[in-house]
Design a protein around this ligand. Structure first.
Ligand code: PGA
Length: 252
């Protein structure tokens, strides 16, 4: 059956030293505890190697927040999937709404990134989600289905089975507004059905679908108790280990 996952996304926060301090804090807080989900920390590129080293031998995995859509070569400033993998990170967040909106990442570009991530044995955490106007005009199902189909549906069944999907309504990210448990369940079930129609029920049932958008210690338990919500992608509340821990423990 699919994994339960709590993944943090630091975005562009924390110096290297602060990132290392966080990993020490989280390691300490988790020591000796029974954890019923996979834990992932999404750190900036320059932190990956140190943070991954620090979490070695623990249950915590490390994710990059992006990778390049090219394998290697003359792409100044870019970081390839192979480079990410060489740090010890084993996940990569792709298609976050901030990257789609501010860096104009298209479905086609994301398709290339997903393929390179998989080729380098990274688990993509592929983000989808509608903006407020789309939700208000009832287009959210169509928008989310298109984001999934346009970037992921050329993958083989085997490759699709390796990825994690994160549903993050853009209107809930960093706003303090969360989708209600019912809204989350409704669209997560729709995403699973969309996957089932393409890859079959077994693949759909084994795909972890995370909720993201103002998820915190206060609402995680209710959101995660929905049958199709398999965990969360956490921004603001993942920045301090003692705020992140209760979200992880929402599965206990
Ligand atoms: P937030 O961010 O938890 O701060 O709303 C979530 C995300 O963007 O992944």
């Amino acid at each position: 059956m699919r994994k339960k996952i709590v993944a943090g996304n630091w975005k562009m926060n924390k110096t290297l030293q602060e990132g290392v301090a966080f990993s020490n804090d989280l390691k300490e807080l988790l020591a000796g505890k029974t954890i019923n989900c996979e834990v992932v920390v999404g750190a900036p590129f320059i932190h990956l190697s140190e943070v991954a080293k620090n979490f070695e031998g623990t249950q915590v995995h490390v994710a990059a927040q992006d990778c390049a859509n090219k394998e290697s070569g003359a792409y100044t400033g870019e970081i390839s999937a192979a480079m990410v993998a060489s740090t010890g990170a084993n996940h990569v967040i792709l298609g976050h709404s901030e990257r789609r909106a501010y860096y104009h990442e298209t479905a086609e570009l994301l398709k290339e990134k997903v393929e390179l991530a998989l080729a380098n044995k990274l688990t993509p955490i592929f983000c989808v989600g509608e903006v407020l106007e789309e939700r208000e005009s009832g287009k959210h199902f169509e928008v989310v289905a298109a984001q999934i189909k346009d970037s992921l549906f050329e993958l083989s069944k085997e490759d699709f089975s390796k990825l994690v999907v994160a549903y993050e309504p853009v209107w809930a990210i960093g706003t303090g507004k969360t989708a209600s448990a019912d809204q989350a369940q409704e669209i997560h079930a729709f995403i699973r059905k969309t996957i089932a129609e393409k890859y079959g029920q077994e693949v759909a049932d084994n795909t972890s679908i995370l909720y993201g958008g103002s998820c915190n210690a206060g609402n995680a338990k209710e959101l995660f108790s929905n049958p199709d919500v398999d965990g969360g992608l956490i921004g603001g509340a993942s920045l301090e280990a003692d705020k992140f821990l209760p979200i992880i423990e929402a599965f206990n």
